[in-house]
Write a protein that binds this ligand. Sequence first.
Ligand code: SAH
Ligand code: SF4
Ligand code: F3S
Length: 442
Amino acid sequence: MKKVYLETYGCQMNVSDSERVSTVLARDGFEMTEDQDSADVVIINTCSVREKAEQKLYTQVGRIRHSAGQKPVVGVMGCIAQLEGDTLFEKINGVDFVLGTRAVGRVSNAVDAALSGYSGYSDVGEREDGYDWTVADTHRHSPYVAFLPIIEGCNKFCTYCIVPFSRGRERSLPAAEIVRQVNELREGGVSEVHLIGQNVNSYRPNTNAGLEGFEGKSSFSKLLRAVAATGIERIKFTTSFPRDFCDDIVDAIEQNENLCNWVHLPVQSGSDRVLRLMKRGHTIDKYKSKIDRIKSSTRDISLTTDIIVGFPGETEADFLDTIDLFEYCEFDSAYIFKYSPRPGTPAFDMHDTVSSAEKTLRFLELEKVQKRIRESRIQRYLKRTLKVLVEGRSSRTADGLTGHSTCHKVVNFRGPESVLGQIVDVQITELKTNSLFGEVYL
Ligand code: SAH
Ligand code: SF4
Ligand code: F3S
């Protein structure tokens, strides 16, 4: 049996693709291994969203080339594979096959070709009819949590972003199939599903099948209610696109206990002028009104965002607008990124007026502001009892367990292994930088 080691970078969509690739390879007679050194095949599932993410591929292939002993064959999949296609063979020495984001169903052909000595197999074609979106239980990143793509691709073309080029146009999966999978997962012991997609709330399937009888102002809010009706214990969804975020999503959360207390709504900038340059399709006023609705909810919804500092032409005044917005929204957490020019995107050709040093200063300043906000927001959890899905052991102590709350915070506590996979009550006793610590009630 040939052994395959699969390394995954990037977003949840890549994690999900890797789970399906492992499922297919195991079905076709390969053994998936955690040990890179003994692998016959190394596949790298790549991300292209920022230069740093892209760099990881080069480092990793270099490491394999210079390692001692038997050299594995090397395959590249994911977003860099899709964008580069054949040119990757010229750019990096030591790559044997290239598999695009929608060619993952044909991974076994690529591996077979490489193992038989052919170095140059490339497939960046479309998905085959009847592509199987299911993941075998043993190949999920967690036995208790499942990622379920509901929409792939992106039609938004924000000017800085490579994703529409690497992931293609938006395509929604049929609701009836999503509901079928959720039921199957629930029956198989999964407690939490994450409905994933670049923009989940742009969900627009070709047919209404599976959504009949469910209320909602959009197909997405209908889908949320349909998935909630399966009775699965917890449902999370990410990422939401601000322009398509209607209040009805918050209504659905309020009406269904199993829709979790978490919304990830990337704003990208606090300045209307920069948002226009980014072509985000929302204004700060509109964004704030969505935040107001989330904050006024009867549920304590945790709110997270993504933000880019140093977009071409971002002035000090624009940056101060971003700080103001952070003070207004009081995000529970924020992923802050320095703008990274991506070849092929419209922003790549805009004059990059923000120096690297200035980007770093803005990054650090915003991080400081957000740290203060997070520390104040997190206080509300102290002494409160949160429902935690126990996902695994935490490395720190022998009886340490870890999981996530409904508000998607990492919660650590001490307890018996027998509660793994269960949802337990944990009273929060300590607030840490990136997690909460508490005592379990059994
Ligand atoms: N579809 C999601 C985001 C997908 S990419 C959305 O629209 O919000 C994840 C995050 O990477 C983005 O939210 C953005 O903050 C960041 N990002 C994307 N392109 C980037 C670039 N060129 N430079 C820096 N950050 C970038
Ligand atoms: Fe990129 Fe914009 Fe699409 Fe998000 S919505 S993936 S930021 S183009
Ligand atoms: Fe990266 Fe592709 Fe996801 S560029 S963020 S892996 S869609």
